[in-house]
Every structure is written in structure tokens, then in C-alpha cells.
Write a protein that binds this ligand. Sequence first.
Ligand code: VG1
Ligand code: CO
Length: 543
Amino acid sequence: MSVKTVATTPFDGQKPGTSGLRKKVSVFRQPNYLENFVQSIFDSLEGFAGKTLVVGGDGRFYNRTAVQTILKMAAANGFGRVKVGQGGILSTPAVSCVIREHGAFGGIVLSASHNPGGPDEDFGIKYNVSAGGPAPEKVTNAIHARTQQITEYRILDADDLDLDARGEQRLGDMVVEVIDPVADYAALMEKLFDFNAIRAMVQNGFRMRFDAMHAVTGPYAREILENRLGAPAGTVMNGEPLEDFGGGHPDPNLVHAKELVEIMYGADAPDLGAASDGDGDRNMILGPHTYVTPSDSLAILTANAHLAPGYAKGVAGVARSMPTSRAADRVAEKMGIAAYETPTGWKFFGNLLDAGKVTLCGEESFGTGSDHVREKDGLWAVLLWLNVLAVRKEGVADILRAHWAEYGRTFYSRHDYEGLESTAAEDLMNTLRGKLAGLAGATLGGRTVALADDFAYTDPVDGSVAEKQGIRIGFEDGARIVYRLSGTGTAGATLRVYIERYEPDAAKHEGDTQEALADLIALSKEIADIPGKVGRDAPTVIT
Ligand code: VG1
Ligand code: CO
């Protein structure tokens, strides 16, 4: 086996977005495309000779091919060991867990998360640092810069390895260890949560359904929910990871997790319904005829985390991405703990978690997590909910209503306008930016604008600054409209509009979210002239 040095030339557009580099599979399949990016990652890192790299992905189409290439390149670049999930599978939170548990140098996650998979769909790759989290912008910028300069990459001339047999194999001087993708992760969950209490609740007749959406959490959920917690077989639906996720969007929301939603809104609905996404870092929580928004879920978990053994000492602070509703802030205020507002994307939580400033974090996009790893974690959120339900002995809807009664309700919705022409979407954002200075103090739709800005964030730990992270228009009554363009899509542009309104009056907490927000939704279209700028009257997806 010899190391080959292959001459190459840069590709345009190898710029990591909100969460790694995501492109169509056809783009990744171009000769040298993946290799260039992987070599650029390695070229941007220092001091990994002889160290351990963790590699795994969500099992989507091209996962296995990419894993083989990465293993040979890791060997040629001098890593000492790669821990790779059996079959090339590791959920995103499991990669984070394995990196931390084994003191690895870093990891490579192969996923386009909630985007569809298959030969004509999406693929993705990202690098995670030794703390277990997504590389910060300093690193992703260096990787991108390197992709524009690259002239060669190194790869071992070797046969493909058997990824399905657990155990150690050699690849040149490097050891490849094919690991059980679930073991370390499941052990960590057992440490954090009261499995006995949850098991007892299940034995007493508590019923749940977990929709793995034919994505990576199937094996994790079966092992944890069915094998360890005693939920009956069949609790986990769509539990077989498929390369194309069965043709669906592995995105756990009311639109894409339709099968689960029908069960939860049907007759004889189970006590808890939950779903996770392609790479296992998102979660949706449902009770019988009840939907818990991710923003509310973060707030409720912050208020209740101490009920689980792993958080018995309390929560140091909570962080949420800027477009996430401010429900968690209200809990933090009452509890006397710090609340942070960060740009969209989990990489911005890493420093706060490492510094012990926060214990829980969350995003409106169905992401919740804690300091147990450095990624958002779908099954973790489900287990924390289960632990809270087991201790409080109340239903999901009761807990949600009690939370609103105590803290007030934040009506919240996200409207996505997908598949827009990129230049038109950019123009909409730029025009809006141009209007901001004139908006403060203005009256729009009967509300007075208290704040109008383009969100900029200074990291309180390392002082790094991230600018242009989304346009915020805040009103004096606490209502808010936020606009930003997606950084995870692979075709055209997606405009995300986030709308919220605070309702302290418990007598007004019932009712439909879209109706409760109707005037703000109309205003959101008007302020940005969405119909005029991008030719749309209505969003494609509402969550
Ligand atoms: C979306 C979400 C964001 C999330 C990101 C990655 O990004 O809005 O909150 O962190 O996806 O999640 P964007 O730029 O498209 O809005 V995942 O589960 O795709 O890794
Ligand atoms: Co994901």
C-alpha cells in the first residue's frame, strides 16, 4: 500500500454553510470534489499525526463511498486511528459523543441532515473539533480558503475496507476500528436519565411512538426505547435507515412527519409522539392532539431539566439561536440564570458550553441539546421529555398549558419560502437592510417598532464577531419578525421568516397559531414586499 499524491485544481463554492458543505450528490460525485474538500480540512488542521479521527454519517446515498475515500485519505495524511461506525453509520450527536468519550482529535460527519437523500438529492460533510462540536467559523473559513488554493491531495492506494464487520483492521500505518454506532451513545444516555423511572412508566401503560423517518436514529431508538426501556416492538416506526429515506424529507415537522402526526391527532393517540431527522440531531415532540413548538420545548426543558439525574444540580444558563422564540428567556429570567442569543447554527453554542456558561441550548428548527455533547441531539430531547413526564406524572398537554399559564405563551411560527431565485432573494434582503435605519420608532400595522437591525453577534468567550445573521424587527409589545436566508439548501434560495407574539393572558392561550399571528404574518409579507420581490403570496412550508 503506497501513498499517492494526486494533482488537482480548486472547485468554486466549497464554502461550508450553516452546518458544513452541502451539495447535490451529482456535485460530490465529480472526480476530486470530495477529495479536495477532505484534503482542505486536513490542511487546515495541525498536530493530528498519530491521533484519532471519528468518521460516520447518516447512511444516505454516497455515505459508504465517501467513508472509504476519507479512510484512505486519513491514512495517507498521518492519522493513527479512525473510529468509524459500523456500516459507515453514526448519528451526528453520536459522533460528538464518541469524539469526547475517546479523546479523539476530531471527527468528520457525513450528512445533509434534513435534506432528502438519493442519487439526485443531497449530500454533506462537516468537520467537528476535539470538544465534539462543529468547527467554529475560524476553522470553516480556513477550510474554505484552502479549497481555493489546493493543488494536490494524498490518498492511500488500497482496497476498500469491510465496514460491516466490527473490530480492527489496518490501512497502511493506520488502524481502522469499526465500532458499534450505538454503544457509547446509549451508555451516555443511561448516565443522564432515570431509565428505571421511565421503564416503570412504560410498564404502567405509557405509550409512545418514535418516527425515525428511515434515517439514522432507527438503530439508536430501537436499542434505547425498545430494548433498554422496554417499550413494545413497533414503538419505533420507519426504523430501518434507507439511502433515500424512503423518498421523503427526513425532517421532523408537522409537514414531513405526516404519518406520526396522523397517529398523534387520531383516535386513541399514544401519550408521546416524537421524530428525528436524517442525522439524528433534531426532534419534534407531540402529545395526544398536542404539538410542542421547539421554542416552547426548550423553555419547558429549561424549567424542568433538574428533574433528570444528569441535570439535578440545575441549569447554568440557556442559549437559543436568534430566530428561536424568546420563551426560554422568560424561564431564565425567573430562574435567575443567564440567557444568550446566538446566530443560527450549532457551532455558535460550542464556546458557551465549553465555558460552562450554559447547560441547555436550542433552535426553533427542532434542535435541542445540552452540554452532554456539542451537537443538538434528537433522542436526548425525547429522553429528557420522558424523564420529565415520568417524574411529573402529567401529560404533555398538561405540562405545556401549565407552562404557558406560568410564563405566558409565545405564539410562534416559521414561514419558509423555498426554491427562490437566488438573486431575487438576495435583493429582497438587501432592500430590507436598506430600510432598517428608517424603521425604528415607526408604526407598522398598529405596532411601534422598537428595534430594527441586522443581527451581529460577539462571542462572549473568544470575542469573535459574526455579522449579517438575520434581520430583526422587534415591536414594543414584544412581537417580532425575523428574516434570513437559509444556509443549508443546495438549490436556489430559501427565505425563512420567523414570526412571534407574546401573550401573557392565560384566557387567550388557546387557539390556532396562524390565526393568532395573522396580522403579523400579513405585515411580514408587506415589510419585505415578498410578493413583489420574489413573486410569492404564500410560504412553501409552515412550521
Ligand atoms: C437550518 C436551521 C438551523 C440549523 C441548521 C442545521 O439552517 O434553520 O437552525 O442549525 O439547519 O441543522 P438554515 O441555514 O437552513 O436555516 V441540521 O439538523 O440540517 O444539521
Ligand atoms: Co440534522
